[in-house]
Design a protein around this ligand. Structure first.
Ligand code: MTE
Length: 327
């Protein structure tokens, strides 16, 4: 597998990030969302240019979002081919190629996501409404799997906090649980008992509303391939990859910490927090280094960093916790 460095041009490289952001903000302040274009005749000349750009973006691809450099890393991108063909999505099988082979049979329209539990306004969202809830942005995140391999992925999405704000969590909401699709007709893996299906993951609420926690709809400026968790998943870059649930259908806000699929299957091996930590080995292997996917036949290994390199942004969430313990 070769590492791809083909010309991938995010819109931010055509129009500068600040110009893009200020134009978008301007439209948003005026109350015109990305699709409120019929109102463009009321805008001044500069705004009309901006409106045209947004219109073009929406027509060509909603997913080609401007890159948010504040939350992106500079590391070499993993190729789209590797990102979409080397996957963990056990519903479709345990082989790395199984999701790319079987997941295309999963229908991602119609698709709804219900949000329930400790919220003032429980709601069911249609996927196409969710896509328009906030402007998508591109973020280049590291992904570190608990199996000690890693990738660097340009996701498109918006902070999960924006969705949670819509349903108004109550004061009792301390955890956010993600329940994912269970479709036995198209998912050969769920006929095995590796996990108790559906796949369930969860975060503490302060982790869920952290600005780094992204609700993801696309990758490389395109809709998510099914193998990567279409039509929507989360990306929590400072945690082992299994926390980033794919193909979400239900989000529940809870008072008590829920039991997640991997913790249920093997609590000694997969803790609830699962923050990337090179100093705490998995019971069966070291977490000190990681293999970079796509770095050739003799894949390069590099040292793993605490919180996957996001410590400056997230370490404060865990002050007081004994990090040498396995959580
Ligand atoms: N989500 C579901 N529904 N099912 C899964 O098996 N695997 C997890 C996570 N989310 C998984 C899942 C694991 S172990 C990893 S490493 C990441 O998805 C992999 O994401 P990727 O295949 O898009 O790289």
């Amino acid at each position: 597998m070769a590492r791809l460095q083909l010309p991938y041009l995010p819109p931010s490289s055509i129009t500068s990030e600040s110009v893009w952001q200020s134009r978008r903000q301007c439209l948003a302040q005026l109350g015109f969302g990305a699709l409120g274009l019929t109102a463009s005749k009321y805008l001044g000349a500069a705004e009309q240019v901006a409106a045209t750009e947004v219109a073009l973006t929406d027509k060509t691809s909603l997913f080609q979002a401007p890159r948010n450099v504040r939350y992106s890393v500079d590391d070499t991108l993993t190729s789209f081919e590797d990102i979409s063909s080397y996957n963990n999505f056990y519903e479709f099988g345990t082989g790395k190629g199984d999701p790319a082979r079987y997941a295309p049979a999963m229908k991602t329209r119609p698709w709804t996501v219900s949000i329930e539990g400790e919220v003032m306004r429980p709601r069911t969202f249609d996927i196409d409404d969710l896509l328009k809830l906030a402007p998508l942005e591109e973020r280049v995140y590291r992904l570190r799997c608990v199996e000690a391999w890693s990738m660097v992925i340009p996701w498109s999405g918006y902070p999960l906090a924006k969705l949670l704000a819509q349903v108004q969590p109550t004061n009792n909401a301390r955890y956010v649980e993600f329940v994912t699709a269970l479709e036995p007709e198209v998912m050969p893996g769920v006929h095995t008992r590796i996990l108790d299906w559906p796949y369930v993951e969860a975060l503490r609420i302060d982790e869920a509303v952290h600005p780094l926690t992204l609700l993801v709809f696309g990758v490389y400026g395109k809709p998510l391939p099914n193998a990567n968790g279409a039509p929507l998943r989360i990306a929590v870059p400072w945690k082992y990859g299994f926390k980033s649930a794919k193909s979400i259908v239900r989000i529940r806000l809870l008072e008590k910490q829920p039991l997640t699929s991997w913790t249920k299957a093997a609590s000694r091996e997969y803790g609830f927090y699962a923050n990337v930590n090179p100093d705490v080995p998995h019971p069966r292997w070291s977490q000190a280094t990681e293999r970079i996917i796509g770095s050739g036949l003799f894949a390069r290994r590099v040292p793993t960093r605490m919180y996957n390199g996001y410590g400056d942004q997230v370490a404060s969430l865990y002050s007081g916790m004994d990090l040498s313990r396995y959580y």
